[in-house]
Design a binder for this molecule. Sequence first.
Ligand code: TXA
Ligand code: MG
Length: 317
Amino acid sequence: MALINSDINQAASFLKKGEIISIPTETVYGLAGNALNAEVVVKIFEIKNRPSFDPLIVHTHHLDQIRDFVTGIPEQALVLAQAFWPGPLTLLLPRKPVIPDIVTSGLDTVAVRIPHHPLTLALLAQLPFPLAAPSANPFGYISPTRASHVNDQLGEKIPFILDGGPCHIGVESTIIGFPDAVPTVFRLGGKSVEEIEEKIGKVQVMPQSSSQPNAPGMLKSHYAPGKKVILGQLPELLARYRDQEVGLLSFQNFYQEVPAAHQIQLSPQGNLHEASQRLFSALRALDQLPVKIILAEPVPDQGLGRAINDRLKRASA
Ligand code: TXA
Ligand code: MG
């Protein structure tokens, strides 16, 4: 079992020894190691059971540090960095050779972000290297938003989990790159398209894709629980699956037809921020019920709701 506490000195000492630990961020928990050491980064892929063609995000605490790893920052990227870092936004920037190939899966861009979590920012500030960190879940499963989620699945494989409490945003960062100088969202996430467009104007949003080697973050069956998830309008789905025991994930409403213990409302008040915070915990809880299927409905498709709907679609793919 992993040691779990909030001691950043202990976290730093594991990382300096080349160990992999879990760190909290505002989006989800990460599985972190020294991004500049290829042998360390290999261990991250092994622990997650992640294919090596799926590149990692490099986390730092300061824009100045990022300049050591990238050959340039486009003007629009700089505007976003200054507006939204620390925060749930990842930028794809042209990389310098100091970033090992394994981190970027050989791509010529590196994904970088400054996460918004006080413990992890303090940790990063005392480390002499940045941290490569994917979400701390086995490949293909739901991302963890609490230390206990990490411990449940990876506690046997890592020595330490830095406990930063429940994640404030609850869905992964928005990933934006600049292919041919066109700002392009590769993954919807914690920073909404509306907020981004307010700063830099219209952006292109990549459609979800089942396999796309240069944007593996778009893999369709990501974020899936073990149970079958069916997405649609709940009244219709409830009628159709009336003969089966189901788990239910609704945005606001309670459904009389289903036992209270088998249903979760993401936000009874209809608040998308609260819904995103609770989404992955709710999917995990429903996945543990003695039911075969989980019925879920989309939330309003705006702001954070677009990222929530994206994760629900992938969970049901
Ligand atoms: O919120 C987050 O971003 C969390 C926390 C821990 O920071 N991290 C996270 O990492 O979600 P991960 O590895 O689960 O997802 C990162 C995604 C991957 O799907 C990967 O394909 C994509 O980022 N990615 C990384 N580098 C890329 C690159 N150079 N070009 C295109 N996609 C890239
Ligand atoms: Mg992930």
